[in-house]
Design a protein around this ligand. Structure first.
Ligand code: NDP
Length: 405
C-alpha cells in the first residue's frame, strides 16, 4: 500500500487532501500535516463526511528538516506533496533527498527576507535527488503547472517551433469583500507589487509594477484589464521551449484591487523589513495578513469564474499558426465539490495529478524537473477526468483575443 504525505493545510492543502482521498487507489494511506494540526483535523473531518475516506493528520514545522525527515519515516511516505509556503521548499526538498522520497510543490522557493523567487536553489538540488534515486517535480499547480503543460502540449502537437507565448490568468471571482487575496496574502502581494519582467530575444526586460496593461477578451468571462507581471514558469519555459523569441505573463486586476494595493504600498503596509512598534518588532506585510480575510474562508462567498490559458504563435510545416489553450473553472462549483474556491481548486487538482503520475511512474526520472520536461499527454487526459476540462482553439492571430487594439 502506498503512503502519501501532504504538508500544508491552507486552501490548496484542503483541495489536495480531498482530491487524493477521491483517488485513494493511487494514494493509499494519506497523512495531512501542517504547523497547526487543528486545521488538518478540520479538513480530515470534512473529507470523512463528504468522501467517506479517513485520512491521518499530524503537526509538523516544515522549516525544520529533521522534523520532516522524522515524519516521512513515521508515515513511510512514498511522496511528499508540499503545499505549505514557498519558504519551506528547500527544507522539505532536503528531507526528501535525505530519505529517498519523491517531492512535489506548486511554487518556487522564496526566502522570507527577500521578495525574489527563482528556481536556482531548487535546480541546484538535482544531484542530491539523482544520488538518492528519486525525483522532484517543481511547480505542479496551475500557473506554474498546467500552463507549462499547455506549452509542452502546443509544442508537441501543433508546432515545429513556437515563437511567442502569452500566459493569460483571469480571475473574475467576486467574494464581496472590498479587499482580499485569493491565496496567501503575503505571497500574493509580494508577487503583484514587484516589478514586471518579460523575456525577449534572450534577455529579461524589466517594467515598473503594473506598467503594461492590455485588455484581453476571456471566453466565458469577457474583456478584462490584464497587467504584465513576472511569473515563475517563464524561467523554466525559456530553457525548455525551442525557438522561443518572447514570453510574457498577464494577470487580471480590477480597479478596486489596484487602488487598495497602491494605498497599502504607499503607507508601507507591504514592507517585509521588521519595524519597531511600541517596543515590539513587527513585519508590516505579516500584520496585514492578520487583518485580511483568510483565503481559506473565501470559498463559500466567491461567485464567478476563472480562465487561465496560453496563446502560442509559431510555425508548422512553414505555416504561421496561433493556438489558444485554456481552462475555465467556476468558483461555486469548486466549492460544492471540495469546499474551496477555484483559485485553490485549480492549484490543488494539478498537484494531485502530478503526484499521481509520479507514483504510477508515468512521469518518473531521477533528479529535479519542471513540468514541461515530461510528456504532456497523460497530464492533459487527467485534467479532463479530474475536474479541470480544457479547450483548444486555433486563432488567426493573438490580436483576435485583444479588444484594445
Ligand atoms: P495558505 O496560507 O492558505 O496555507 C499555507 C499552509 O502552510 C498553512 O496551513 C500553514 O500553516 C502551512 N505552513 C506555513 N508554514 C509552515 C511551516 N513552517 N510548517 C508547516 N506548515 C506550514 O496558502 P495556500 O493554500 O493558498 O497556498 C499554498 C501554496 O500554494 C503556496 O506555496 C502558494 O504560493 C501556492 N500556490 C500556487 C499556485 C499555482 O498556481 N502554482 C496558485 C496559488 C497558490 P498555518 O495555518 O499554521 O499558518
Amino acid at each position: 500500500m502506498r503512503n502519501t504525505l501532504i504538508i500544508g493545510a491552507g486552501g490548496v492543502g484542503n483541495v489536495v487532501a480531498f482530491k487524493c482521498a477521491m483517488n485513494k487507489e493511487s494514494f493509499g494511506n494519506i497523512t495531512l500535516a501542517s504547523r497547526t494540526k487543528s486545521k488538518c483535523d478540520e479538513i480530515a473531518k470534512n473529507i470523512k463526511e463528504k468522501v467517506g475516506v479517513e485520512i491521518a493528520t499530524a503537526a509538523v514545522d516544515a522549516d525544520n528538516t529533521q522534523e520532516v525527515i522524522d515524519l516521512i519515516k513515521k508515515t513511510g511516505a512514498d511522496i511528499v506533496i508540499n503545499v505549505a509556503l514557498p519558504y519551506q521548499d528547500l527544507t522539505i526538498m532536503d528531507a526528501c533527498s535525505a530519505t529517498g522520497t519523491a517531492y512535489l510543490d506548486t511554487a518556487n522557493y522564496e526566502h522570507p527576507d527577500t521578495a525574489k523567487f527563482e528556481y536556482k536553489k531548487q535546480w541546484e538540488r538535482d544531484e542530491d535527488f539523482r544520488k538518492a534515486g528519486t525525483m522532484a517535480l517543481l511547480g505542479s499547480g496551475f500557473d506554474p503547472g498546467v500552463t507549462n503543460v499547455f506549452c509542452a502540449y502546443a509544442q508537441k502537437h501543433y508546432f515545429d517551433e513556437i515563437e511567442t507565448i502569452d500566459i493569460l490568468d483571469c480571475n473574475a471571482g467576486d467574494h464581496g469583500y472590498p479587499f482580499a487575496t485569493n491565496f496567501n496574502p503575503e505571497i500574493n502581494l509580494r508577487e503583484v507589487s514587484a516589478k514586471g519582467r518579460y523575456w525577449q530575444e534572450g534577455e529579461w526586460i524589466e517594467t515598473e509594477p503594473m506598467e503594461i496593461k492590455q485588455v484581453w477578451d476571456y471566453p466565458e468571462i469577457g474583456p478584462r484589464d490584464s497587467y504584465l507581471l513576472y511569473h515563475e514558469e517563464m524561467e523554466s519555459l525559456v530553457k525548455h521551449i525551442k525557438g522561443l523569441k518572447r514570453i510574457r505573463f498577464f494577470m487580471t486586476f480590477g480597479e478596486s484591487y489596484l487602488t487598495h494595493m497602491r494605498c497599502l504600498e504607499n503607507v508601507g503596509m507591504l514592507g517585509i523589513e521588521p519595524i519597531e512598534h511600541k517596543g515590539q518588532k513587527i513585519i508590516p506585510i505579516e500584520f496585514l495578513k492578520t487583518l485580511l480575510p483568510d483565503p481559506a474562508t473565501l470559498g463559500p462567498r466567491t461567485k464567478g469564474k476563472t480562465n487561465i490559458g496560453i496563446v502560442a504563435t509559431g510555425y508548422k510545416n512553414g505555416e504561421k499558426k496561433t493556438i489558444y489553450i485554456y481552462q475555465v473553472s467556476d468558483h461555486e462549483k469548486c466549492y460544492q465539490e471540495v469546499l474551496s474556491q477555484a483559485v485553490s481548486y485549480t492549484t490543488g487538482v494539478p498537484a494531485m495529478i502530478g503526484a499521481k503520475l509520479m507514483l504510477d511512474k508515468i512521469w518518473w526520472k531521477e533528479g529535479v524537473y519542471n513540468m514541461e520536461q515530461f510528456d504532456p499527454d497523460p497530464f492533459m487526459e487527467e485534467l479532463n477526468k479530474q475536474g479541470l476540462p480544457w479547450q483548444i482553439k486555433e486563432l488567426k492571430s493573438p490580436d483576435e483575443l485583444r479588444v484594445d487594439i
